[in-house]
Ligand binder design. Structure first.
Ligand SMILES: [Cu+2]
Length: 504
């Protein structure tokens, strides 16, 4: 029987009770007891604001997820993941990719409002040895975005091996708010992933062996490190959280159940900070949160999830970090620990009451409605793509169709508001749309909760009811370089849960 995730398990679950249970204050998984503390790796900054092109060499490497054990990896100009690209509104960002691998790679700028011909969809794959140099006009508000492999049929495998990195967009409005903004000091990139390692410390991954829920790794890693610590000022700290996992939904909370403030969703700042103690993040989503460490106590971030269900169908929370395949599940340990250092200059300013203005369209401005139904058919057969190659287990469809690079599934008019309604026949899917940010209107018939009312590009839908958002596309995407909409469980995407659309 499938145990596909269902959102209602989380919504009605008892995660807060769980988090208040006695937690071991240990910083490290027992497997790490003999090792020195791992510092949170901070990806290098690649400053694209001044007009110089940012060089990103797509290359193989190796990376020590555990001291002394090297894992073959991929990265952008580094061994694992890529530099954090810094961009600014109203400037052009030029990227210069070189594919040094012996496999094709497409790289998508996730969350960027750019035309289809520089969006990095699968049509723009670089063959081995090829170069791709897109110039992106950054016209959107400050946001935390990311770039990652979007190679047809190989996205899951390439992201898993390391082809992902963060993009930070700044603007004048966000600069004026006084939020923590010292990169790597009180403004930290936090890329959450999970990986399974074999006894030799090598990645274990198989698209064909992934279950209905996608490929779920056994060990949680943050910026490529297991249970790292970050020394931070004893004040306000901004975490730019990216769920960069292939398939796992995370439930984030602090071990001491402290309140944090969510200030940004995928597409930028929300209208006002939202106090929270527990927050779910689906694959592909970003959130910026502000954590206050002025009390001087360390804060352990728990990245929990539900992989098992009790007789009532309620999810059982766990947070395993079975490094290199341990036996019994340990109690959830913090996967990132923030340790305040009172010697460091701290941001202790009060949070602004308002962060941004978000204007929703009037109902009369919404000119059409499109419905998308995501199916997991389980027919188990082989399908043939338009170019003749076999697609295995292609039982993942949107509106009855698997992804076909030769088919345009939707045609959208530029500059007009639309309502997109999404439903799943089974399970929970994070639905991502290229080239835009949208505003979630309703989830299962109810108004979106406060913390979901910001700009988004990835929305969670399930089989209990429609998720609806309003969206407007301001850039074009041609038949040669269409945009994609797809499930961001990468194994669903690679099996066909994706469609193409033009904007003209
Ligand atoms: Cu999916």
């Amino acid at each position: 029987m499938s145990h596909t995730l269902s959102r209602r398990h989380f919504l009605t679950g008892s995660s807060v009770l769980f988090a208040s249970a006695a937690m071991s204050p240990a910083l490290f998984h027992p497997a790490w007891a003999a090792g020195a503390p791992t510092r949170l790796p901070i990806p290098a900054l690649a400053d694209g604001r001044g007009g110089d092109s940012v060089n990103l060499q797509i290359r193989a490497g190796e990376w020590a997820f555990r001291p002394g054990v090297m894992t073959p990896t991929l990265g952008f100009s580094q061994n694992y993941l890529g530099p954090t690209i810094r961009a600014r509104r109203d400037t052009a960002l030029t990227l210069h990719y070189t594919n040094t691998l012996d496999e094709a790679v497409a790289v998508h700028g996730h969350g960027l409002h750019v035309p289809g011909d520089v969006d990095g969809g699968p049509q723009l794959a670089m063959a081995p040895g090829e170069i791709w140099q897109p110039t992106l006009e950054i016209v959107q508000p400050a946001a935390t975005c990311w770039y990652h492999s979007h190679t047809h049929g190989a996205t899951g495998s390439q992201v898993y091996r390391g082809l992902a990195g963060m993009i930070i967009i700044d603007d004048d409005e966000s600069d004026a708010l006084g939020l923590p903004s010292r990169y790597g000091v009180d403004d930290l990139p936090v890329i959450i992933q999970d990986r399974t390692f074999d006894a030799d410390g090598q990645f274990v991954y198989s698209l064909n062996d992934a279950g209905d829920d996608g490929w779920l790794g056994e060990t949680v890693i943050i910026n490529g490190a297991v249970a790292p610590t970050a020394i931070v000022p004893a004040g306000k700290v901004r975490l730019r959280l990216l769920n960069g996992a292939n398939a796992r939904f995370y439930i984030l909370t602090f071990a001491d159940n402290r309140t944090f403030h969510k200030v940004a969703t995928d597409g930028g700042l929300m209208e006002r900070p939202v106090p929270m103690t527990t927050m779910e993040m689906a694959p592909g989503e970003r959130c910026e949160i502000i954590v206050d460490l002025s009390d001087g106590a360390s804060a352990g971030l728990l990245t929990l999830f539900e992989d098992e269900w009790d007789e009532e169908g309620e999810g059982i929370l766990s947070g395993l970090m079975n490094l290199f395949g341990g036996g019994d599940k340990p109690l959830p340990q913090p996967t990132l620990t923030l340790v305040p250092d009172p010697e460091l200059p701290a941001n202790t300013a009060a949070l602004p009451e308002t962060l941004a203005t978000i204007t929703r369209p009037a109902e009369s401005e919404i000119v059409r409605t499109r419905d998308f139904i995501l199916d997991m058919d389980h027919d188990g057969g082989m399908h043939t793509g338009h170019d003749g190659h076999a697609i295995q287990k292609a039982d993942m469809t949107i509106n009855g169709a698997v992804m076909d690079m030769g088919v345009i599934n939707e045609r959208v008019e530029r500059g007009q508001w639309e309502r997109w309604r999404l439903l799943s026949n089974q399970g929970v899917h994070p639905f991502h749309v290229h080239g835009c940010s949208f505003l979630i209107d309703k989830i299962e018939g109810e108004a979106a909760p406060d913390d979901q009312r910001g700009w988004k590009d990835t929305a969670v839908l399930d089989d209990d009811g429609w998720t609806e958002f309003v969206v407007r596309f301001d850039h074009t995407a041609s038949e040669a370089h269409p945009y994609m909409y797809h499930c961001h469980i990468l194994e669903h995407e690679d099996r066909g849960m994706m469609g193409q659309f033009t904007v003209t």
